[in-house]
Design a protein. Structure first.
Length: 599
């Protein structure tokens, strides 16, 4: 055909084939470049953060070859008329909120029951394990729980975790020895590992993004009350009935959660697969990553728990635990890098500034919240000589203001669209209010400690759910379960670390302040007596006044630490991004004006 002129139709056809071939070659080069960058090749139909977050929402869950079969119905982001609404939505919100409330209540309710438990079981050396076994189990399994929600239906996963938590609560209530109680607390912690992130995942598939702040604020504001009123309920149960009701209370309330969730249909978060459950567990859950992460987390938390108590901070045991945790964690990071987006904690998530900023914010935010929740009752009980129940009443200003702040900020974020101003305001208000709490003395008036708590609770309410909203606004829907697990882990990690540091600050403060204000009193006796036992070991009124002043000064140091956490929240919060989460209205096409004489 050389020398002959091609017809226009043939020339257009050859040109189209050439363009298609060029586009295919360009796509192949892009795929190879991505494989070189991440270490793995991401199929075009696999959820990947490398594709960016501005494109269309990706399907939930990982896809594989089996998913391409005709009978594998893809699960996609619900359309506007598929979101849950009305009484059904409120039943779901109520059930998951109640579950989260029980989790946080279980974390703090045991505090005031521990003295009675140690008396009954003669187990004073096991005190640390009653809380640590719960937190160790919960923190170690949280990243794996995120992968479970990414590969199994959210409703089934949530009910499975909740059943384990309820079983652990029952075992705690019927425990006949200290060792049985410790193991039972670990069982409850395993169940708790997947509940808060599971609740957020369930709400994410039921509620559109622009409406989530209001619901998240209500859920988290109410759930966080469990942390604050836990010591109050624990003291009441221990004083008027038995400490076992600290765990039995989870059973009837948990039954309500089970019934509500069983009767309500929740949208699926994953696609139906033809492969077996065992194959999903083997290929999708990154069990090797969990086998590396869990011992690293356990060693780290054991070092924090043992340090300054059973062993000195510079002892071989503590140093060995920290080194072991660091070494294991490095191996875990190498493995996660190798796994790419199929890892238990995908590294590609941290390429987004708002993700790692949100993790830092929630870590220090929750640590700050835990410090105030634990040490305000100590101030009221040890310095103001209030009963456990009365100290809970004294904390109502922070409880109520936090709930109001969480609800109001959630509603206003839904209306205004921006979450950044609220986390910045939260950082300012919490750092200032904790600074004001650090001025507490034995003679501080009721007006001051009420006003300071209102400022603190309002600031905490403003920032409570903002990291969760920021991450969900950044990542594709397929990565929401993993990201919620990561945020929940950062939350628990911050609480555990800051509480351990706070305990060290208090102990060292008493060692230096008691000789200053009560020279004739041995600091070791005061530390061994506990927060509510100082009046039992010091009878002289002059010495007691000095010890109380030393206690007040030492507790003030805790609020310096909390104020510093608020400053970190303020600084890190700027990285969460200035994004509008409101529903985007589609622009209507503009019709050209009709000229005179045209029809």
């Amino acid at each position: 055909m050389e020398g002959k002129k091609l017809s226009p139709l043939v020339a257009a056809t050859l040109n189209l084939e050439h363009n298609q071939q060029s586009l295919q070659e360009e796509a192949d080069r892009t795929t190879l470049s991505l494989a070189d960058h991440t270490g793995t090749t991401t199929p075009s139909n696999e959820p990947s953060l490398e594709k960016g977050v501005e494109k269309q929402p990706l399907p939930y869950g990982d896809e594989d070859e089996e998913d391409k079969k005709p009978d594998a119905a893809p699960a996609t982001t619900p359309s506007e008329d598929q979101w849950i609404t009305g009484p059904k939505l409120y039943a779901i919100v109520a059930s998951v909120t109640l579950a989260c409330f029980l989790i946080l209540l279980d974390l703090s309710i045991i505090v005031t029951a521990v003295p009675r438990i140690t008396t009954q079981f003669n187990s004073l050396p096991d005190v640390g394990w009653y809380g640590s076994s719960y937190q160790l189990a919960a923190a170690s399994l949280q990243p794996l729980a995120g992968k479970i929600y990414s590969n199994f239906p959210a409703k089934i996963s949530f009910l499975a975790f909740f059943f384990i938590f309820e079983l652990g609560s029952l075992l705690c209530g019927v425990s006949t020895s200290s060792k049985m109680l410790i193991v039972s607390r670990a069982v409850a912690g395993i169940g708790a590992a997947g509940l808060i992130n599971g609740a957020l995942t369930i709400l994410s598939v039921c509620i559109p993004l622009h409406k989530r702040p209001a619901f998240f604020g209500g859920m988290m504001g109410f759930a966080q009350m469990g942390l604050v009123i836990g010591p109050l309920l624990g003291g009441a149960f221990t004083q008027y009935t038995t400490w076992r009701w600290c765990f039995y209370i989870n059973l009837p309330l948990g039954g309500i959660v089970f019934i509500l969730l069983l009767l309500i249909q929740i949208p699926d978060t994953v696609k139906r697969r033809e492969i077996s459950i065992f194959e999903i567990i083997r290929t999708k859950l990154d069990l090797i990553g969990f086998a590396l992460f869990a011992p690293a987390a356990i060693q780290f938390f054991l070092a924090l728990d043992y340090g300054g108590h059973q062993y000195a901070w510079n002892s071989a045991t503590i140093i060995g635990l920290f080194c072991g945790a660091g070494g294991t964690f490095i191996v875990f990071l190498v493995w996660e890098k190798f796994k790419g987006d199929n890892a238990m904690i995908p590294f590609s998530m941290f390429k987004h500034r708002s993700v790692w900023s949100s993790c830092i914010v929630i870590l220090f935010f929750f640590g700050m919240l835990q410090l105030a929740s634990y040490y305000l009752p100590i101030y009221f009980q040890s310095i103001k000589d209030a009963t456990p129940m009365l100290s809970g009443v004294y904390m109502l200003p922070s409880i109520i203001s936090q709930l109001i702040g969480a609800l109001s900020s959630g509603v206003l974020v839904s209306k205004m669209g921006y979450y950044l101003p609220w986390i910045i305001a939260s950082g300012v208000m919490t750092s200032v209010s904790n600074g004001l709490l650090s001025t507490f003395s034995p003679t501080t008036s009721a007006g001051k400690w009420i006003g300071y708590q209102i400022l603190l609770g309002t600031g905490r309410g403003f920032g409570l759910q903002m990291p969760f909203i920021a991450v969900q606004n950044t990542l594709p829907p397929a990565f929401v379960p993993v990201s919620m697990a990561l945020i929940s882990f950062s939350q628990n990690f911050g609480g555990a670390v800051l509480l351990a540091i706070g305990e060290t600050v208090l102990t060292n403060g008493l060692k230096s302040n008691v000789p200053k204000y009560a020279p004739d009193v041995d600091p070791a006796i005061i530390i061994a007596a506990g927060a509510t036992g100082i009046r039992d070991v010091v009878s002289n009124s002059t010495q007691l006044a000095g010890v109380i002043r030393a206690y007040a000064t030492s507790v003030d140091s805790i609020f310096y630490l909390a104020a510093a956490c608020g400053c970190v929240v303020f600084v890190a919060g700027w990285g969460m991004g200035w994004k509008d989460i409101r529903k985007k209205e589609e622009a209507k096409p503009v019709e050209p004006p009709v000229k005179d004489g045209e029809v």
